[in-house]
Design a protein around this ligand. Structure first.
Ligand SMILES: Nc1ncnc2c1ncn2[C@@H]1O[C@H](COP(=O)(O)OP(=O)(O)OP(=O)(O)O)[C@@H](O)[C@H]1O
Ligand SMILES: [Mg+2]
Length: 254
């Protein structure tokens, strides 16, 4: 059965302010969804709430992943279960190389599946990493650098896509900002996602950058406004937003 991430009537508040006010969204393995919406509409709040960030209080609703109540699981367990979350502002981890970070993550997933697992043998891991980097046309030097430490915007995006490729999650939520990301970095994300999508991967791409969606073509497009999904449609919805902006959304839903 394919893995499904189901968000139902999700309400989230930050410091006693209601930000998400009833979000419903279902992402299945093999589907690409885009979540768009103006600045401050609550897109990143949704990503943080899905991760289980302690500042984001779930006041109502539920999130079910692979048939299990995901809100009962800690951030690590969510990731081990096959949910991948990439953030608008990724943190640097000085002292931990990209390779070590990935090996630790792979091993913790393996251990979750089999408590006897001794971890991926180093030669096998090296080969896996090399293969993934080659398939993404990525310079192999990245593996030895400290994760996100001094990385350019484009390098952070490459590291994010490499994580996605090696961890092979069932569903990935990618929060992509437009600010600070040049078009090349957006293309890296788009090409990476396009290479990785298939029946085994469901993706929710968060952006308000229409241009990203000319490279990644989502089958489903949703618009968030004031903490709710107010429009859902196909790729034509993204085109309409490009043409008309968000003004019609504001006048229809204020
Ligand atoms: N940690 C926080 N503390 C206080 N307010 C917050 C916090 N996180 C989010 N908010 C508020 O929640 C609202 C939604 O913010 P959010 O970052 O989710 O928007 P967004 O849709 O991701 O915007 P953007 O397109 O600019 O990335 C904003 O009004 C923001 O100020
Ligand atoms: Mg955001």
């Amino acid at each position: 059965m394919s893995a499904v991430l189901e968000i139902r009537n999700l309400h989230v508040s930050v410091e006693d302010t209601d930000i998400l006010r009833g979000v419903d969204l279902t992402v299945k393995q093999g589907e690409i969804h885009a979540l768009m919406g103006p600045n401050g509409s609550g897109k990143s709040t949704l990503a943080h709430a899905l991760m289980g960030h302690p500042n984001y209080e779930i006041t109502d609703g539920e999130v079910v992943f692979k048939g299990e109540d995901m809100l009962e699981l800690g951030p690590d367990e969510r990731s081990r279960k096959g949910l991948f979350l990439a953030f608008q502002y990724p943190v640097a981890i000085p002292g931990v190389t990209v390779a070590n970070f990935l090996r630790t993550a792979i091993n913790s997933r393996r251990k979750a599946e089999d408590s006897e697992d001794k971890g991926i043998p180093i030669p096998e891991f090296r080969k896996l990493l090399k293969d993934k980097m080659s398939s993404l046309d990525m310079s192999h030097d990245v593996a030895g650098r400290y994760l996100n430490d001094g990385f350019s915007g484009g390098e952070k995006k490459r590291a994010e896509i490499l994580q996605l490729a090696t961890l092979e999650p069932d569903v990935a939520v990618l929060d992509e900002t437009d600010s600070g990301l040049d078009i090349d970095a957006l293309k890296i994300v788009a090409e990476g996602v396009n290479k990785l999508v298939g029946p085994g991967l469901g993706v929710l791409v968060i952006t308000h950058y229409q241009r990203l969606l000319s490279y990644i073509v989502p089958e489903h497009v949703h618009v968030m406004y004031e903490g709710k999904i107010v429009e859902s449609g196909g790729p034509d919805l993204a085109l309409k937003l490009e043409e008309l902006g968000y003004e019609w959304i504001r006048s229809a839903h204020s």
